[in-house]
Design a protein. Sequence first.
Length: 288
Amino acid sequence: MGHPNLIDDYIAYWEASRRFGADSRQAEMWWWAWEEVTRLVHKEPEKSLEVIKALVSAAPNDDFLSYVAAGPLENLLCYHGDAFIGEVERAAAKDEKFRRALSGVWGENHMSPSVHLRLIAAVGDLKTAGVGRVAIRHGYPPSDRIETLQLFTDGASRGNPGHAGIGIVLVDEQGERLFEWGLYFGKVTNNQAEYHALIEGLKVAQLSNPTRLDVNLDSEVVVKQMNGGYRVKDRELKLLHEQATKLRDAFNNVAIRHIGRAQNKEADTLANKAIDDYLRIWERKAAR
């Protein structure tokens, strides 16, 4: 696991930070441990998960579990959620203490929606207990299988490439909205944002296993590329196209169709709100 004192010193840093402040002289001597765990999450995520498990196991109380949940565990799921959510689910199923820590993860504004939904399912009946902060706003996926699921996705980019967001809306056959999500996606082109929205939407739709899935986009280019009408020439788009195609082909009955912007207004609003929220946060930070 690297430095033999990593776990003990991380706990010592938390205790000193809580008592004297994170910038205090008392906390400074153990600051290296916080820095190392943060580095592992970004540079060596597989190793970081083992460290997180060890931190949870050694946790002296629920306050420390909350600290781990809001820090390295949340960051791991936000930055590497698709790769590690399966292992996190298995750890939560085996270890009640780890599941309690998982209930403290928030990350809603930065996490892949499918990862967030699987997180909620893994937390289970600890949704609001103990260290729980996880956002329970969705009754999705429903307990009954859906015959026909409508998926609306949209991607927006300001600058092309520029600050981008995605929006996802899922509606059942009665027209009831089952799920909605907006997510800031960094700086990408408009077509890349459209593909990211489609990919994330397909991941969420998979969780309900509908008999039929109708996918609705207002990007004619992406729709024609997905349906074979246009070739994909751009290298980055080819990778996204391959990922979207693999997800689409996992459904037994699926159709992707082009709709007008007015019919996709809700997904568009979510995508643009995600960008606005991100820029507003950074404007406040810059003003400090």
